[in-house]
Design a protein. Structure first.
Length: 90
């Protein structure tokens, strides 16, 4: 998001106060998003049953559980991706 907003505003020597406000607003939204959602993300994963199983040995010793989760996530992501592709085509 930051790269997009910096690309969208004029160079620093030609920026107006409104441009600076736009940049700082985007940075603020990014910061709040990272702090709030960064803290909620592990809790959300636990709530849907995707908490880590433990060590790497535990995951590799039980291939059916993680592979089933991966396949489910892969199917879900493919579904979302197919829906979003038409929106982002040029």
């Amino acid at each position: 998001a930051f790269a997009l907003i910096v690309h969208a505003v004029p160079p620093q020597s030609m920026r107006k106060p409104e441009d600076e406000l736009l940049i700082t607003t985007v940075l603020g939204v990014i910061l709040v998003n990272c702090i709030v959602l960064g803290g909620l993300f592990p809790a959300l994963l636990r709530a849907v049953g995707l908490a880590p199983c433990g060590t790497v040995a535990t995951i590799s010793s039980n291939p059916s559980g993680p592979s089933r989760v991966r396949k489910g996530l892969d199917r879900a992501w493919n579904h979302v991706d197919r829906r979003l592709q038409p929106l982002f085509r040029v």
